[in-house]
Design a protein around this ligand. Structure first.
Ligand SMILES: Nc1nc2c(ncn2[C@@H]2O[C@H](COP(=O)(O)OP(=O)(O)OP(=O)(O)O)[C@@H](O)[C@H]2O)c(=O)[nH]1
Ligand SMILES: [Mg+2]
Ligand SMILES: [Zn+2]
Ligand SMILES: [Zn+2]
Length: 398
């Protein structure tokens, strides 16, 4: 892998200072060259992302060596369905896969993970990926790393590749592994998607003495997550950065809840009930009467609700309306795609990149309005059903 930046894998060039891989020619001969963009991200904390489009992405990933390799398929625990890589099965093509669910330090402190593994395996299987193992880790705190390392060392691969959507934590994870194997080097990681741009690797020696290369790969840009559109200051406030403190609200018919300026949930009819928000602790949540909600939004979108700022609001697009219902009915309008049915066991409504709302399943009719470019999906309750399937035994997260 000559002439590439060791931090981000971009091809080095000395002609275009504003483009990826720029390195003034005088420094291009260094042993571990680092491009100017990586230097700025690391030393000045700049947010300089570059989109890798799908064609480029598949071209880069076609360099993956298929024999004696192992893939660490990295998924962001806050957005599992948004972490599924389209056509992952084609890329993987027979290479053994370990699913690594990252960022678990962001989950509330009393989350238990054991029984979520089956669910992750099921979700991956539906997308055509057979993951022999599912590991829950934090690249930030180091949680789960030891077990993952044991697993890798048992498999004795010659190459390990990270794989996953942009921003899920691939480079951070590999940096941790590198540290654990006492290897010098660092892949560039940053809070914005589109940090790693090409394949870049280092040689490491495992504790049993065998050598292998650890290869970081770019992520595929998503375009459906909040983080894909936010400026640095909105991102710091709206995208969870620390362990999420669940916020419980008791609401009844005729009430609305704003989640920053990103989303608004209106309970039109139904029982008085508790809803739980798993979003950034810094995000403003405001409850108001439904009849006042429009007026409130117009008056206070930019001051009380704080984020997104005007520029980010434009990029995120206007609010899209979804219908929430616990009624088990056939919808007369077959084209009504924006209905979110809530089963009696309750449901999580995931706002991609922001977190999720847990509804208990108590009867309700309502609407949810969410910025157009943020994808909205539902799943069984992650904390609750998936967590309690077989009791509360097991290790704690923190
Ligand atoms: N809290 C927490 N944050 C993490 C963890 N792993 C990564 N991050 C953060 O997530 C962001 C993205 O991390 P990266 O390692 O750059 O992600 P990536 O998958 O390599 O991203 P691309 O190179 O853009 O594809 C950074 O702000 C990291 O600090 C983790 O385990 N916990
Ligand atoms: Mg990366
Ligand atoms: Zn670089
Ligand atoms: Zn902004």
């Amino acid at each position: 892998m000559a002439n590439i930046c060791t931090g981000c894998g971009a091809a080095l060039q000395s002609e275009h200072p504003e483009q990826p891989g720029y390195l003034p020619s005088a420094s291009a001969q260094r042993e571990s060259p680092l491009c100017q963009r990586c230097f700025r991200i690391r030393h000045y904390g700049e947010y300089v992302s570059a989109k890798v489009n799908p064609e480029e992405y598949h071209q880069r990933l076609s360099e993956i060596v298929k024999t004696k390799s192992l893939i660490l398929y990295v998924l962001d625990v806050l957005d599992l369905s948004g972490s599924l890589l389209p056509q992952a099965a084609d890329i993987v093509a027979g290479i053994p896969v370990i699913a690594v669910v990252s960022k678990v330090d962001m989950l509330p402190r009393d989350t238990h993970l054991e029984h979520m593994a089956d669910w992750v395996r099921r979700v991956l299987l539906e997308s055509g990926i057979v993951a022999a193992q599912v590991h829950f880790v934090s690249g930030r705190s180091g949680f789960g790393l030891e077990e993952l390392i044991q697993e890798i060392e048992q498999q004795v691969p010659e190459k390990i590749y990270s794989l996953g959507m942009a921003n899920v934590g691939k480079s951070t994870l590999l940096n941790r592994l590198m540290q654990a194997w006492h290897t010098k080097g660092e892949f560039t990681a940053s809070p914005v998607p589109g940090t790693t741009l090409g394949l870049t690797g280092v040689e490491v020696q495992l504790s049993n003495g065998s050598r292998l290369s650890l290869v970081d790969t770019p992520g595929l840009w998503h375009g459906r997550r909040a983080v894909d559109y936010l400026c640095g200051s909105c991102l710091r406030q709206a995208v969870p950065q620390r362990s999420i403190r669940p916020r419980v609200y008791q609401i009844g018919a005729g009430q609305s809840i704003f989640i920053g300026g990103f989303a608004r949930l209106d309970l039109v009819e139904g029982r008085f009930q508790g809803i739980v928000l798993y979003v950034s602790n810094e995000l403003i949540v405001h409850r108001t009467r439904l009849e006042k909600a429009d007026e409130f939004f117009h008056a206070h979108q930019e001051d009380l609700l704080q984020v997104p700022c005007a520029n980010c609001t434009t990029r995120l697009g206007p609010l899209t309306t979804y219908r929430l219902t616990t009624r088990n009915q056939r919808f007369p309008n077959l084209f009504e795609t924006d209905v979110l049915p809530i089963s009696p066991q309750g449901r999580d409504i995931v706002l991609s990149g922001l977190g999720w709302i847990t509804l208990s399943g108590s009867p309700l009719q309502g609407t949810l309005k969410v910025s157009q470019n943020i994808s909205v999906t539902t799943r069984p309750r992650m904390i609750g059903d998936l967590n309690r399937e077989r009791g509360w035994m097991g290790s704690r997260l923190h």
